[in-house]
Every structure is written in C-alpha cells, then in structure tokens.
Design a protein around this ligand. Structure first.
Ligand code: G3H
Ligand code: 13P
Ligand code: NA
Ligand code: ZN
Length: 328
C-alpha cells in the first residue's frame, strides 16, 4: 500500500530502525527492491530523480511503482521524488501521485549553485504548505553534500554543487537545523556530513575527520524529534569493484560509507538512507561477469536476471543491517 514518508519514518523512529531509500529507473531495480523487501518483510522507499524521469519518462516510472504496489499489496511503499529543484517540480510530482517529495533548496534550480539560507527556507516552506494540503510529506536539505577531503561535490551529471565548497557548507549546523525545521515544518531533514553522490566519495576508508558521524549526534541532540536523512550513502562494495575490474571495467580505487557507520547514524536519528550507486555497481558487475562467462548468450533476460539477483542481495543486506527487516 502507498503511504507517506512521515507515516513510515514515524514508525521507524518509534522502533529505532532506518529505511534504505533506493533510486529507481527501470524494471530490474524495481523488482530487486520489492523482492528483497518481500523476503525480509521490510517497508520500502523508492525514489525517482530528475535523471530517472528523463531516462524512463514520468508515466513509465509512476506505473512501475504502482505495479510494485499492486504485486506486493502487503508491503508499505513510499513513492518519493528525489532532489526536487523547485516548488513547481514538487507540485508536478504531487499531481502524479507521489506520497513524498524532496525540496532540495540547498542548491538552486540548476541543481548546482549553492543558495542562501533565506532562499532555502522560502522554497521549502512553500513546498511544505502545498504538499501538506495534499497529505504528501516533504524532505528538505540543509548544508551541501561534498567531500571534506577535496571540497568537491563530485557528481558530474546529477545533483551536486559546482565548484569548491567551504568546510562549513559541508557540515550542517545543529542550531541552524533547529531554526530551519521550525520555519519550514519539514517531515524529514537531509543533512551534510561529508558524503557525496556517486562512487568517488573517499580516497581511503573514511575516518571521523572526513565522515562526520559525530555531527549527526550533535544535530539529533538539538532536534531529537526530526527524522534525519543521509544522502550519498552507498557503501561502494569492494567485492563488486573487483568483479567489474576483473571483467573489463576500469574503476580506480575508491571508498564509500561503511554500513556500520550508517548503523551508528541510525542510533542517532537517521531514518532514511539514500542509496543509488551500490545498485549501479552490483548491476554492472553482474552483467559484465555474465556476458564474459556466457559469450554466446544474447537474450537480455539472462543477463538482466543476473543483475536483478545482484541488486536483490544488496537490498537484503541493507534491509537487515538497518533493522528494517520485519517491520513491513
Ligand atoms: O541524486 C543522485 C542520485 O544518485 C540520482 O542520480 O540524477 O543520475 O538519477 P541521477
Ligand atoms: P549514492 O550515490 O551514494 O548512492 O547516493 C544516492 C543519493 O543520495 C540519492 O539522492
Ligand atoms: Na531524496
Ligand atoms: Zn541525494
């Protein structure tokens, strides 16, 4: 059944677990997410980005999610719009039937230029007013995703700040977070703690100076009633990087957010954990390996089944690690 983000995260807070929010662009990702949720009895957040709408088209995406709800009626599903860049974008998603939208006012309408605090409050507050009138939840973002190692946001084609960021922009301030939540009325708040989108988050396994889990604790202490969201939270599995590189890929050494650090965040108010890159890596690794090992196969269903299996395994791991399993 379709439910709002607020309903799902209130339950997660009450029972102390976090929910992975997986990005969806195609049938294979959707199937992997739902089969993993079905196997582990987990609630589901699926989110669609502007890039997903461009790739699949809004009607296909919408019906993909509705088909998942039809096939798995016993699983609660949040249909979330990832990184909306304006109230108008959010409004269109609400009209399409999404039960939750993210108004990312930390960046301008281009998805690249950092904005002022006042701008962020204004667009987020207006979105909340409109969405709540329709029973739809809103996620806001305060602070800019970016690497504390390099000051860069990383993502080249998706959502991410262009140019260099200051250290303070990349760490959400607890006091400002309290003011932001009070002024906007958001249901969930995405915070910046040194993570970034994509596979290239850290050049070494992250330590506290470049992945600021302590910042989560400080924010949670200040606003204990607010559901926190971690973006850029793929773990960048080293085993899938090895498979990709063994079968013709060329991905340089890189590290993501360790699952145990996310689990620490969940102990301190993190309720939604955004994951896209891990499913991309698993899918690519599985397809590269399948095609290399089955050189006469040409039925896409064969290699896409390998991709679904690899993605399902990642989803099961995250549902279990985040304490989400058993809560559908
Ligand atoms: O915002 C980042 C997500 O990973 C979505 O990526 O814009 O390439 O679909 P995308
Ligand atoms: P990753 O690139 O780490 O998977 O993050 C996804 C995300 O934050 C989507 O909003
Ligand atoms: Na989001
Ligand atoms: Zn994100």
């Amino acid at each position: 059944a379709l439910i709002s983000l607020r309903q799902m995260l209130d339950h997660a807070a009450e029972y102390g677990y976090g929910v992975p929010a997986f990005n969806v662009n195609n049938l294979e990702q959707m199937r992997a997410i739902m089969e993993a949720a079905d196997k582990t009895d987990s609630p589901v957040i699926v989110q669609a980005s502007a890039g997903a709408r461009k790739y699949a088209g809004a009607p296909f995406l919408r019906h993909l999610i509705l088909a998942a709800i039809e096939e798995f009626p016993h699983i609660p599903v949040v249909m979330h719009q990832d990184h909306g860049t304006s109230p108008a974008v959010c409004q269109r998603s609400i009209q399409l039937g999404f039960s939750s939208v993210m108004m990312d006012g930390s960046l301008g309408e281009d998805g690249k230029t950092p904005t002022s605090y006042e701008y962020n409050v204004d667009v987020t507050r207006r979105t909340v007013e409109m969405a709540h009138a329709c029973g739809v939840s809103v996620e806001g973002e305060l602070g800019c995703l970016g690497s504390l190692e390099t000051g860069m946001a990383g993502e080249e084609d998706g959502i991410g700040a262009e140019g260099k960021l200051d250290h303070s922009q990349m760490l959400t301030d607890p006091e400002e977070a309290a003011d932001f939540v009070k002024k906007t009325g958001v249901d969930a708040l995405a915070i910046a703690i040194g993570t970034s989108h994509g596979a290239y988050k850290f050049t070494r396994p992250p330590t506290g100076d470049i992945l600021a889990i302590d910042q989560i604790k400080a924010i949670h202490q200040r606003i204990p009633g607010t559901h926190l969201v971690m973006h850029g939270s793929s773990s960048v599995p080293q085993d899938w990087l090895a498979v990709i590189n063994e079968f013709g890929g060329e991905i340089p050494e890189t590290y993501g957010v360790p699952v145990e650090e996310i689990v620490e965040g969940i102990k301190h108010g993190v309720r939604k954990v955004n994951i896209d890159t891990d499913l991309r890596l698993a899918s690519t690794g599985a397809i590269r390996r399948f095609l290399a090992q089955n050189t006469s196969e040409f039925d896409p269903r064969k290699y896409l089944a390998a991709s679904v299996k690899a993605m399902t395994d990642i989803c099961i791991d995250r549902y279990e690690a985040f304490g989400c399993a058993g809560n559908a």
